[in-house]
Write a protein that binds this ligand. Structure first.
Ligand code: THU
Length: 135
Protein backbone atom coordinates (compact mmCIF):
# COMPACT_ATOMS: atom_id res chain seq x y z
CA UNK A 1 0.00 0.00 0.00
CA UNK A 2 1.46 3.34 -0.99
CA UNK A 3 2.03 5.70 1.91
CA UNK A 4 1.39 9.41 2.02
CA UNK A 5 4.31 11.35 0.68
CA UNK A 6 5.67 13.56 3.43
CA UNK A 7 7.99 16.52 3.06
CA UNK A 8 10.95 14.57 4.38
CA UNK A 9 10.58 12.04 1.56
CA UNK A 10 10.17 14.81 -1.04
CA UNK A 11 13.46 16.31 0.16
CA UNK A 12 15.07 12.87 0.16
CA UNK A 13 14.13 12.45 -3.50
CA UNK A 14 15.51 15.91 -4.32
CA UNK A 15 18.77 14.90 -2.67
CA UNK A 16 18.96 11.73 -4.79
CA UNK A 17 18.29 13.89 -7.85
CA UNK A 18 21.36 15.99 -6.96
CA UNK A 19 23.43 12.88 -6.19
CA UNK A 20 22.74 11.53 -9.68
CA UNK A 21 24.82 14.39 -11.12
CA UNK A 22 27.92 12.61 -9.76
CA UNK A 23 27.10 9.48 -11.78
CA UNK A 24 29.97 8.06 -13.78
CA UNK A 25 28.05 6.61 -16.71
CA UNK A 26 29.95 7.24 -19.97
CA UNK A 27 28.69 3.96 -21.51
CA UNK A 28 24.95 4.11 -20.93
CA UNK A 29 24.63 7.87 -20.50
CA UNK A 30 22.06 7.00 -17.81
CA UNK A 31 22.49 8.77 -14.47
CA UNK A 32 21.13 7.40 -11.20
CA UNK A 33 21.34 8.83 -7.69
CA UNK A 34 20.24 7.24 -4.42
CA UNK A 35 19.96 8.67 -0.92
CA UNK A 36 19.55 6.59 2.22
CA UNK A 37 17.74 8.04 5.22
CA UNK A 38 19.06 6.32 8.34
CA UNK A 39 16.94 5.88 11.45
CA UNK A 40 19.38 8.13 13.33
CA UNK A 41 18.61 10.94 10.87
CA UNK A 42 21.68 10.82 8.63
CA UNK A 43 21.52 10.86 4.82
CA UNK A 44 24.02 8.98 2.64
CA UNK A 45 24.26 9.48 -1.14
CA UNK A 46 25.31 7.12 -3.90
CA UNK A 47 25.46 7.20 -7.69
CA UNK A 48 26.01 4.62 -10.42
CA UNK A 49 29.62 3.96 -11.36
CA UNK A 50 30.16 2.27 -14.73
CA UNK A 51 33.18 0.41 -16.06
CA UNK A 52 34.60 -0.52 -19.47
CA UNK A 53 34.13 -4.12 -18.31
CA UNK A 54 30.37 -3.56 -18.22
CA UNK A 55 29.63 -6.23 -15.62
CA UNK A 56 31.81 -4.38 -13.11
CA UNK A 57 29.33 -1.50 -13.07
CA UNK A 58 27.77 -0.65 -9.71
CA UNK A 59 24.26 0.75 -9.29
CA UNK A 60 23.53 3.89 -7.29
CA UNK A 61 21.48 2.10 -4.61
CA UNK A 62 24.20 -0.41 -3.86
CA UNK A 63 26.89 2.28 -3.89
CA UNK A 64 24.89 4.10 -1.19
CA UNK A 65 24.32 0.92 0.85
CA UNK A 66 27.95 -0.17 0.72
CA UNK A 67 29.05 3.35 1.63
CA UNK A 68 26.69 3.32 4.63
CA UNK A 69 27.93 -0.10 5.77
CA UNK A 70 31.51 1.09 5.52
CA UNK A 71 30.50 3.94 7.85
CA UNK A 72 29.27 1.43 10.43
CA UNK A 73 25.53 1.11 9.62
CA UNK A 74 23.94 -2.32 10.00
CA UNK A 75 20.77 -4.19 8.97
CA UNK A 76 17.79 -2.47 10.60
CA UNK A 77 19.41 0.98 10.53
CA UNK A 78 17.77 2.31 7.36
CA UNK A 79 14.35 3.96 7.19
CA UNK A 80 14.15 4.85 3.50
CA UNK A 81 16.05 5.01 0.22
CA UNK A 82 15.14 7.49 -2.49
CA UNK A 83 16.24 6.94 -6.07
CA UNK A 84 16.26 9.41 -8.99
CA UNK A 85 17.39 8.86 -12.56
CA UNK A 86 17.83 10.73 -15.81
CA UNK A 87 15.03 8.58 -17.31
CA UNK A 88 11.28 9.07 -17.03
CA UNK A 89 10.17 6.04 -15.09
CA UNK A 90 12.50 4.33 -12.75
CA UNK A 91 12.36 1.70 -10.06
CA UNK A 92 15.28 -0.23 -8.58
CA UNK A 93 16.67 -3.25 -10.43
CA UNK A 94 16.34 -6.78 -9.07
CA UNK A 95 19.94 -6.99 -7.80
CA UNK A 96 19.47 -3.78 -5.82
CA UNK A 97 16.14 -5.01 -4.39
CA UNK A 98 17.90 -8.14 -3.16
CA UNK A 99 20.77 -6.19 -1.60
CA UNK A 100 18.38 -3.71 0.05
CA UNK A 101 16.35 -6.64 1.46
CA UNK A 102 19.41 -7.74 3.43
CA UNK A 103 19.14 -4.49 5.40
CA UNK A 104 15.39 -4.50 6.04
CA UNK A 105 12.23 -5.51 4.23
CA UNK A 106 10.39 -2.58 5.83
CA UNK A 107 12.63 0.02 4.21
CA UNK A 108 10.60 2.59 2.26
CA UNK A 109 11.66 3.05 -1.37
CA UNK A 110 10.91 6.47 -2.79
CA UNK A 111 11.02 7.12 -6.55
CA UNK A 112 9.10 8.72 -9.41
CA UNK A 113 6.78 6.76 -11.70
CA UNK A 114 4.52 8.43 -14.28
CA UNK A 115 5.41 11.82 -12.76
CA UNK A 116 4.13 10.70 -9.37
CA UNK A 117 6.21 10.07 -6.28
CA UNK A 118 5.84 6.45 -5.23
CA UNK A 119 6.59 5.18 -1.72
CA UNK A 120 6.61 1.41 -1.41
CA UNK A 121 8.17 -0.93 1.09
CA UNK A 122 10.94 -3.19 -0.16
CA UNK A 123 8.83 -6.24 0.70
CA UNK A 124 6.13 -5.02 -1.70
CA UNK A 125 8.62 -4.75 -4.56
CA UNK A 126 10.33 -8.04 -3.68
CA UNK A 127 7.87 -10.45 -2.07
CA UNK A 128 9.06 -13.87 -0.84
CA UNK A 129 12.63 -12.57 -0.87
CA UNK A 130 15.58 -14.84 -0.30
CA UNK A 131 17.18 -14.57 3.12
CA UNK A 132 19.40 -16.71 5.34
CA UNK A 133 18.10 -14.87 8.41
CA UNK A 134 14.91 -16.06 10.05
CA UNK A 135 12.39 -13.24 10.43
N1 THU B 1 21.34 1.47 -12.57
C1 THU B 1 21.31 1.89 -11.27
O1 THU B 1 22.14 2.69 -10.84
N2 THU B 1 20.32 1.40 -10.46
C2 THU B 1 19.37 0.49 -10.85
O2 THU B 1 18.57 0.07 -10.04
C3 THU B 1 19.32 0.05 -12.25
C4 THU B 1 20.39 0.52 -13.13
C5 THU B 1 22.42 1.96 -13.44
C6 THU B 1 23.43 0.92 -13.84
C7 THU B 1 23.96 1.49 -15.15
O3 THU B 1 25.03 2.36 -14.87
C8 THU B 1 22.81 2.29 -15.72
O4 THU B 1 21.88 2.46 -14.64
C9 THU B 1 22.11 1.64 -16.89
O5 THU B 1 21.73 0.35 -16.59
Amino acid sequence: MQKNINNQYKKLLEQADKAKENAYSPYSGFKVGATILTKDGNTIDGCNVENAAYGSTMCAERTAIYKAVSMGYKPGDFQAISIASSGDNFSPCGACRQVISEFGTDIDLVYKWNDKIVVEKLKTLLPYSFSLNEE
